[in-house]
Each structure stands twice: as structure tokens, then as C-alpha cells.
Design a protein around this ligand. Structure first.
Ligand code: OOG
Ligand code: NI
Length: 415
């Protein structure tokens, strides 16, 4: 038998995630501390809870990351979709963060593997947001035109990289000899750029929203954060605080409960100001700094059915969800399964299906907690028509419905 000369998309995805992680560690030193503490928390947790691997093997959880990126236009989002397809990552779900309590001018999807086998091999996902330039509550006509013109002039990805990605996606694998340069180029596309930033343009956009400036005030895109997964997020929170890292006030998402962990719990801390170069109106370059990137960590639980999700939303609407949790959710997987509240493979309560997606309220909270000020929205009617079908049309791809994916996983027999 000859040695394997090709790498499949999951192997490329694992290398992509590892490459981004190595790059981000050099860019944001606090990220390395977070990864270290996460690994310790996971090892300690497993030592005390032998059954903890029911929500994913230690190998999967240790390597598990999600990233977040932000782009400016449908064309840029389509390019991202082409690139990620080479890593076996497809768009799943639609998140509209404009409707959050404090609105963020973006609409988002998450690129991730969709099949059980692929998720087990490497579940890397990327939360990807697109600036809502068509929304007149944030952008008036003049500014919209200038943003669109700016975005039309920039190129986030080398066309050769995208062409290569399309071939890999179509063939389902890549020559081993070419894999290294392909992955390295894909990783490099998300590095923080060193080109000077046009100061007045950046500040004008920051007046609308810090996120708008981060997206369309610079000539390239970059990883906004890279999130490891932990088995005990309360423990992680405490240990990071002990190390002198100031976390946001709360853990977003469901409270800590005695029963089965559901959905997704997340928390974050602000990265330090990063040195960036600026260009003044007269062309002089100055050194400055920006504070837009951050560190985030998450714990994942079982995926809820639409019925479970309704209960979740009702519980979360209460003043103290932790205190009343037991009125909404039973305390065992067997009861969760029997009441049709959560997904289990083959209906077997010992085989929880992990929630692989995001939560819009948490996402908006994470965005917001890391901004100096809120978006400035005017009181106008939103008639731009962003929704899931619009997003699918804009990138020319189907956007998966997360519930349909969990439904399909639940029908698979336990192996
Ligand atoms: C994305 C924020 C959302 C999450 O984990 O919910 C997010 C961003 O800041 O670009 O990453
Ligand atoms: Ni995130």
C-alpha cells in the first residue's frame, strides 16, 4: 500500500484551526494563558468526573476552538464561504444581532462541519458577521456609498487562494505536498494587518459603531477572537480572575445547574490595547493603539429541540433563571429525552448531542461587553430585508437550519 498522498478536508480543517491558534497566540498573549488554564481545568475536571466525555472526547474538546471574523459585504461573505468550503465548513444558522437589546449592525452565520463523523474528527467553527450596510438605521445614503466604495476596493483574499480552495472543495481533498502552503496562506489572511489605518475614516465609522470601524475602517479582515472549550466554565472563570485577568461580569447563557448542561455558556475578557499605525489627513504616520480583540471561553451542553428552546427562552426571561430552572427543565437526561426537550442519538439518553451553534443574545452580549460605546442607530424603519434566505442568496449557497441537522443526528443509531 502506498503512503497517503492526499489530505482530506477534515485534516485541512484541523491544521487550519491549529495554525490560527498558533498565530493568535503570538498576536494576543492573554490567549495563551487562556488556553493553558482551559487545558488544566479540563484535565482536573475529567479526573473528578469520569463520565465527562459524554459531551465529546477529551481529544476533541482540547483541540476545540471557535473563531470569529467580520466582513463588510455579501461579496466578501461569499469569498469566505468559498474558502471555508475547502475545510469542510458550511454556513449554519442565521443570527440577526441588529435586533438585540443594544443593536450591533451585523448579520451573522456560523461556518462549521455538519456531519457527526466530521464534528467528531474536528468541530472547528467560525462565527462570521457581515456589516449591515443596507440598514438605514445605522448608515445613511452618503456613508453607505462611501463604505461600499471602500469595500469594493479592498481584496481580503488572494484570488489564487480562493481558486485553490474551490478545487479542494470540489475534489474533497488536497495533495499532501500542497497542503502546507494552502493552509498557511489561509491562516495568514486572518492576521492583523500592519498597514497604517486612515485615522479620520476609522473615527467616522467608529461614530456609527466600533464594529463598523473594525470591519470597514481597515484594509483587511482579522480574527477577532479564538475560543477554547472547557468542561467547567465556572472553575475557569475563577482561575482566570485569580490570575488577575478581568473577566466580564457574567457568564452568558444558561445558569449553572445540577441537571444536564444545555446549549452554550460563554464568558470573555478584553484583550489589551494593541499597537496599530495610523495615517493622519496630512499623510503623516503615527503610532496608536486599538482595543477591539478579546479572549473568550465556552462550555457546551446538549442541543435543545424547538420545544426545549422555548422552555429555555421562558426560563431566561425570569429575573433569576438559576432559581427557577427546575420549573422548566428536569434534572436527568432520561427525562429531558422523554419530554422531547433535547436531542439524543437514537433517542438514547446516554448519548447527548452536543450543541454546535451559537446563541444570539450571548453573541450580542459578547460583542457589546467588548465595546467602549454602543452603536448609534437612528429611529428609522428597517426595510433592507436581511434574513436567512437573503443570506443564502447573497453567498449562493444553502444555509443549513441547525434544527434539521440535530434532527438528522438524533435519527442516527448509536454506534
Ligand atoms: C462575534 C461575537 C459572537 C460568540 O461566540 O457568540 C461570538 C464577534 O465579536 O465578532 O463570537
Ligand atoms: Ni465567540
Amino acid at each position: 500500500m502506498s503512503a497517503a498522498k492526499t489530505l482530506s478536508t477534515w485534516q485541512l480543517r484541523a491544521r487550519f484551526a491549529a495554525g490560527l491558534s498558533a498565530m493568535y497566540a503570538t498576536e494576543v498573549p492573554a490567549y495563551s494563558a487562556l488556553v493553558q488554564v482551559s487545558a488544566q481545568v479540563n484535565a482536573d475536571y475529567l479526573a473528578r468526573h469520569p463520565g465527562a466525555q459524554r459531551l465529546g472526547s477529551l481529544q476533541r474538546v482540547t483541540a476545540e476552538r471557535h473563531g470569529a471574523i467580520r466582513v463588510g459585504s455579501p461579496a466578501e461573505l461569499a469569498a469566505v464561504a468559498d474558502l471555508f468550503a475547502a475545510f469542510g465548513m458550511a454556513p449554519v444558522g442565521y443570527y440577526d444581532l441588529r435586533s438585540a437589546q443594544s443593536p450591533i449592525p451585523v448579520v451573522s452565520t456560523a461556518f462549521r462541519p455538519v456531519e457527526a463523523k466530521e464534528l467528531a474528527l474536528n468541530p472547528f467553527r467560525m462565527f462570521t458577521s457581515m456589516l449591515a450596510t443596507d440598514d438605514s438605521r445605522f448608515f445613511n445614503k452618503g456613508l453607505r456609498r462611501r463604505v461600499q466604495a471602500f469595500l469594493a476596493r479592498r481584496q481580503l483574499f488572494d484570488p489564487a487562494l480562493l481558486a485553490r480552495a474551490r478545487v479542494i472543495a470540489a475534489e474533497g481533498d488536497c495533495d499532501a505536498a500542497d497542503a502546507h502552503s494552502f493552509v498557511a496562506a489561509a491562516v495568514a489572511a486572518f492576521a492583523l494587518a500592519r498597514e497604517p489605518i486612515d485615522k479620520s475614516w476609522y473615527e467616522e465609522l467608529a461614530g456609527v459603531s466600533a464594529v463598523a470601524a473594525d470591519i470597514a475602517g481597515v484594509g483587511s479582515t482579522h480574527l477577532n477572537h479564538l475560543t477554547p472549550r472547557v468542561l467547567d466554565i465556572d472553575e475557569l472563570y475563577g482561575r482566570m480572575t485569580q490570575r488577575g485577568i478581568t473577566m466580564i461580569e457574567t457568564i452568558q447563557g444558561p445558569p449553572r445547574t445540577e441537571g444536564p448542561a444545555v446549549l452554550l455558556r460563554q464568558t470573555s475578557f478584553r484583550a489589551l490595547a494593541e499597537p496599530r499605525r495610523f495615517r493622519d489627513a496630512d499623510g503623516t504616520a503615527t503610532e496608536g493603539s486599538l482595543r477591539v480583540r478579546f479572549g473568550e471561553v465556552e462550555a457546551r451542553g446538549v442541543a435543545l429541540t424547538p420545544r426545549g428552546r422555548q422552555r429555555y427562552d421562558a426560563a431566561m426571561a425570569q429575573r433569576d433563571p438559576a432559581a427557577v430552572w427546575g420549573n422548566y427543565f428536569p434534572s436527568t437526561d432520561a427525562e429531558m429525552a422523554a419530554h422531547g426537550l433535547a436531542y439524543y442519538r437514537g433517542g438514547d439518553p446516554s448519548a447527548p448531542i452536543v450543541y454546535e451553534d451559537f446563541l444570539p443574545i450571548s453573541a450580542a452580549g459578547i460583542f457589546r461587553s467588548n465595546l467602549d460605546r454602543d452603536a448609534r442607530a437612528v429611529d428609522a424603519v428597517d426595510s433592507c430585508g436581511y434574513d436567512m434566505p437573503w443570506l443564502a442568496g447573497a453567498i449562493g449557497r444553502d444555509v443549513y437550519d441547525p434544527y434539521a441537522l440535530y434532527e438528522a443526528l438524533a435519527k442516527e443509531a448509536v454506534t
